[in-house]
Design a protein. Sequence first.
Length: 174
Amino acid sequence: MPRTAPPVPADPDDARKAAHGAALRMLAGREMSTARVRERLRSRGFPDDVIDLTVERLTGAGILDDRRAAQAAARTLVSIRHRGRHRVGRELERLGFTKEMAQEVTQAVLADADERAVLEKVVAAKLHGRRSIPDAAAYRRLFAALLRRGFPGDLIRSALRPYWGSGHEPEELE
């Protein structure tokens, strides 16, 4: 049976304390965007003025930091989840970060991590030890899977070229 959040106290001081405690528990597990913390506090029934005060207090104390949270999420998406730049940007936006911050953080993380190396790991895993791509259909499926992971098309083509027997990509991809 899922746990339900305790009711929001009627007293404003108690509500602020409860919201602060709830936000701290949320942030104890992982970094979150300010927007995500606001959303989760709102879903628990806290009023907007209490949420604003809580977010302001946590931001002032350095506990809630969008840039740090975005960097942590981007590092995880690139290093552990093996996602490409386009997918990382979309995921960061979905997590509540602004488009500008998502682009900036993605560029910074990819400056530290080599996107080509990440792509080559994914290709090797997808090929399951095979030394070549058997046919055009397999090439298209692999290409599409890598696009869904957020890697740019030109980078995918150059990574797949050594595994593809003919000198050019299958007709439908050109």
